[in-house]
Design a protein around this ligand. Structure first.
Ligand code: ADP
Ligand code: MG
Length: 240
């Protein structure tokens, strides 16, 4: 589904990604962890070309997204993204938030888009909020809507960038539960997170990044039982 070779990304003189190799299969759930500033968000953003890679190749379903001839908008339709700060449209209600992209980008009919949106609201447990505006929702509810909104485009991949970091502790579980059920349904997911419980029990693989390189890429079981690097153990000691 995703194949990254020797990816490098610099901002001016600052080398942020220094040769990333990574393959992710269909249906895999991969957690990316690592200290702040190690390049996790930049890596995710390169995957849908929100950042332009400096060097290397990124293939999504065998399409090299760095080639000028690749229609990046088509590729993006297939990649959902969920951010730390929800980014819902504040002046649109929940139903409108969920239908705007399918209506505009996929040319869905209004009826079909709304039916699909209601299905998704049911799935994230928020059917009763279809007419609410984002500022009438809790953080956990906003994030569940953001996930439903990503799903409305029927992507094959969803990228999550610290989806629970901005939430009050009591709201973390409701969001993780939605993510867990997506994982169970076979969604391909790349999840930057500090939630070690999720990495341990839901992710198939854990990637540990440090200073722009991948230091570990292991099954989650092996990662937590037997990390290879001192640096990983230090990091885990600090956050566990
Ligand atoms: P992480 O998500 O692991 O905390 P980031 O990928 O956000 O790390 O950032 C990695 C490094 O790249 C940091 O030093 C950050 O300041 C820098 N950086 C990220 N985005 C930009 C940008 N648009 N311009 C300049 N520097 C950036
Ligand atoms: Mg980040």
């Amino acid at each position: 589904m995703i194949k990254i070779n020797n990816l490098e990304k610099s901002f001016g003189d600052l080398e942020v990604l220094k040769g990333i190799d990574l393959e992710i299969k269909k249906g895999e759930v991969v957690s990316i962890i690592g200290p702040s500033g190690s390049g996790k968000s930049t890596l995710l953003r390169c995957l849908n070309k929100l950042e332009e890679a400096t060097k290397g190749s990124i293939k999504i379903k065998n399409q090299d997204i760095l080639l000028k001839s690749t229609n990046i908008n088509k590729v993006r339709e297939n990649i959902g993204m969920v951010f730390q700060h929800f980014n819902l449209f504040p002046h649109k209600n929940v139903l409108e938030n969920l239908t705007i992209a399918p209506l505009k980008v996929k040319n869905s009919s209004k009826n079909i888009a709304e039916e699909k949106a209601l299905d998704l609201l049911r799935k994230v447990g928020l059917e009763d909020k279809k007419n609410a505006y984002p500022n009438q929702l809790s953080g956990g509810q906003k994030q569940r809507i953001a996930i439903a909104r990503a799903l409305a485009m029927e992507p094959e991949i969803i990228l999550f960038d610290e989806p629970t970091s901005a939430l009050d502790p009591e709201m973390v579980k409701e969001v993780l539960d939605v993510m867990k059920s997506l994982a169970k349904d076979g969604m391909t997911m790349v999840v930057v997170t500090h939630e070690m419980g999720f990495a341990k029990s839901v992710a198939d693989r854990v990637i540990f990044m440090d200073k722009g390189i991948i230091l570990e890429d292991k099954s989650s079981e092996e990662f937590f039982e037997n990390p290879s690097h001192e640096r990983t153990r230090d990091f885990l000691d600090k956050i566990l």
